[in-house]
Design a protein around this ligand. Structure first.
Ligand SMILES: NC(=O)c1ccc[n+]([C@@H]2O[C@H](COP(=O)([O-])OP(=O)(O)OC[C@H]3O[C@@H](n4cnc5c(N)ncnc54)[C@H](O)[C@@H]3O)[C@@H](O)[C@H]2O)c1
Length: 251
């Protein structure tokens, strides 16, 4: 019960690794506010959360939605101790010169601007609680890519820069800001990526060929790492990106 009496926000928490993380926060004693654009999955999660999970519609690319999400944590549960800025979308593999401004802006709007809004609006609430933690979901794509994902990689690289800037700014005010860099994880995002591939078996083979451990990571493996970075167990860690990639960047 590492998070007994604590309050957490998880964006994009209705599915995938955000969902695993919201449920682990709840199991460890936290009250959790989940913001997502998928109401059906969000309500199902709320039912599974045994009174500890509150779901609210929130499109993280809209600053007002994110401000309301933070306000909901303080109104319902009285404080905010940690936020996992996790909401994100993939980019269909596309030659960079064929990427439309609309696609580029949409990916940046959710993955980067959404993370910025999450940090910007959470920080005053964390300060009111006497300090806290932020974990941003970047990606192994901030360090290693195979091409065809210019908007996604740019958004995730920028999330690393934003994380470092905030870590420095708030280091003396008891707010730690870190990121995670997942490799290939078994979530809906990779079901969609695989379905888009012309040859689905070849997609899986390629993904596993760049992953020394030869398997996808799980949502629970991500959740455990997020809770470590959000907890006192990582008290002297700030401004890092923690790879959870089955060895990919070691190659
Ligand atoms: N799956 C991977 O291999 C992988 C690897 C590295 C990083 N990531 C990152 O992990 C995060 C979570 O992805 P996932 O793999 O769990 O995918 P997922 O598609 O299973 O879950 C993403 C969640 O975000 C929500 N979402 C989408 N747009 C949103 C918006 N505008 N506002 C609020 N919520 C929104 C979706 O409804 C969904 O519930 C993303 O930031 C993704 O880029 C994923």
């Amino acid at each position: 019960m590492r998070f007994q009496g604590k309050v957490a926000i998880v964006t994009g928490g209705a599915n995938g690794m955000g969902r695993s993380t919201a449920l682990l926060f709840a199991r460890e004693g936290a009250n959790v506010v989940v913001g997502d654009v998928d109401p059906a999955a969000g309500q199902a999660l709320e039912a599974e959360g045994e009174g500890r999970v509150h779901f609210q519609i929130c499109d993280v690319s809209r600053e007002a939605d994110v401000a309301q999400l933070v306000a909901a944590a303080e109104t319902r549960f009285g404080r905010l101790d940690t936020i996992f800025n996790n909401a994100g979308i993939e980019q269909p593999v596309t030659p960079s010169v064929d990427v439309s401004a609309d696609l580029f802006n949409r990916v940046i709007g959710i993955n980067l601007n959404g993370t910025f809004y999450g940090c910007k609006h959470a920080i005053p609430a964390l300060l009111r609680a006497g300090g806290g933690t932020i974990v941003n979901n970047s990606s192994v794509s901030a360090f290693a890519n195979v091409g065809g994902n210019i908007a996604y990689a740019a958004s995730k690289g920028a999330v690393m820069s934003l994380t470092r800037v905030l870590a420095i700014e708030y280091a003396k005010r008891n707010i730690r800001v870190n990121a995670i860099n997942p490799g290939v994880i078994d979530t809906g995002m990779n079901v969609r990526n695989r379905e888009r591939a012309l040859d689905q078996d070849a997609w899986l083979e390629r993904s596993m060929a760049v992953t020394p451990m030869g398997r996808m990571g799980t949502g629970n493996e991500i959740a455990e790492t997020v809770l470590f970075l959000a907890s006192e167990q990582s008290a002297f860690i700030t401004g890092i990106g923690l790879l959870i990639d089955g060895g990919r960047v070691a190659t």
